[in-house]
Design a protein. Sequence first.
Length: 165
Amino acid sequence: MSDQAELNFGFSKPSDLLKKIRRDSKKLDREASPDNIFNFVITAYHLLDDWIRRNKDPDIHRGAKQDITEKQGRKNEINVFNICRDLSIGSKHFVLDKKSKEKKVITNIKIYEAGFGNSRFGKVPFGGTEPMVELDAEGVVYDIHSLRKEIMDFCGELFRKYKIP
């Protein structure tokens, strides 16, 4: 048994992590709690960066790796991959290293309770609230749910387009 197989809790290929991120996405859709955001962004970032982009497996199409690298490296464009990277690294580490600080695109995070009329349509009953998180990435504001949707769309597109195992 390889070292990887012993340390991955049954996740052995990118599609296993895609299934996990789908479960995490559903939980985040139900509630934007810190635990659900943490699980989603860390899984998403590592699925894209480690399990696909840096994967040495010849079955992982070079085009998928290139799509991720291009999305990550675009200048003058804030994209969900870089936001996801910031949230993942910022959540996992107590202090950001110099390299992470230099790459950081998130300039502000706003956490609040959104009430009826200010929340997602059909998600909050009259008089109720739901936790909401807004991310300011150099002047472009994302709420956590639109970020979640964009990440899921990007992952789904990669897996379909390149038939990633």
